[in-house]
Design a protein around this ligand. Structure first.
Ligand SMILES: C[S@@+](CC[C@H](N)C(=O)[O-])C[C@H]1O[C@@H](n2cnc3c(N)ncnc32)[C@H](O)[C@@H]1O
Length: 230
């Protein structure tokens, strides 16, 4: 639940620090819009990034997230149902299994799964078209190397292997660079964005050293995107 707390704690400023997540949603929506679904299940819906980006009419939108602070900020509506639950918990999928959705989406959330294999298996068992965007270890690659710390996220090969195990669709890699005027500003952004998953590996001195030695003026992001056709 450390990650839930981290996301709830940063929920109030999520909209100012989710530049890349917004771009990921744009990519997802561009593909989904080609066959606009009237019913969507959004896993790790956060404060409603996907829902807000949908520009066609929906009959039903079910959003699932375990961070109350994020769900509180999700738009409400007659067609919207929000479920507070942990995606790692198979009980959630039991509860959803009698319902049919035209598409399941998950934007920038599945990288946090303890058992990604199990969660993807349960999603696949719903026999529903999916659009999934998952961050991988290429995110902050240079930062982790400079600091000498292990990446927090799974590498692209591992995520790709798991996606291929459960789905049969092309996988795209999205790479972004987010530039800053100064390294200090970059670190401030990272601190506010809650991307550490609750991990605080670096002390004051180590952070100072990292800020001095970081060789770039941008942060790197790497995301795998898989979209299955209807
Ligand atoms: C980076 S945010 C993305 C939110 C939204 N999908 C978007 O793209 O703007 C990741 C979301 O996943 C949620 N999340 C992470 N792990 C989760 C889990 N095990 N169960 C439910 N939600 C989870 C977090 O609470 C957070 O709201």
């Amino acid at each position: 639940m450390r990650i839930a707390r981290e996301f709830s704690r940063h929920a109030h400023q999520y909209d100012s620090v989710n530049v890349i997540q917004k771009r990921v949603i744009e990519e997802m929506i561009a593909r989904i819009r080609k066959e606009p679904p009237e019913t969507i299940l959004d896993l790790g819906c956060g404060n409603g990034g996907v829902y807000r980006a949908v520009d066609w009419s929906l009959r039903r939108f079910v959003g699932v997230d375990f961070a109350e602070g994020m769900l509180k900020r999700h738009p409400k509506g007659d067609e919207v149902e929000l479920i507070r639950a942990d995606l790692n918990d198979s009980v959630l999928f039991e509860r959803l299994k009698d319902e049919k959705f035209e598409r399941i989406v998950s934007a920038s959330a599945l990288q946090w799964m303890e058992d990604l294999d199990g969660v993807l298996g349960r999603i696949a068992a719903m026999h529903t078209p999916v659009t999934l965007a998952i961050f991988t270890s290429g995110t902050f690659r240079t930062l982790h190397r400079t600091a000498g710390i292990a990446p927090l996220l799974r590498d692209a090969e591992e995520v790709e292997k798991l996606l291929k195990k459960h789905f049969n669709a092309p996988i795209e890699t999205l790479r972004y660079k987010l530039a800053f005027d100064s390294v200090r500003e970059m670190f401030r952004y990272m601190k506010r964005s809650g991307v550490s998953g609750g991990r605080n590996l670096l002390g004051y001195k180590e952070t100072k050293r990292l800020m001095r030695n970081y060789p770039l003026n941008y942060l790197e992001y790497e995301i795998l995107l898989m979209h299955t056709k209807r």
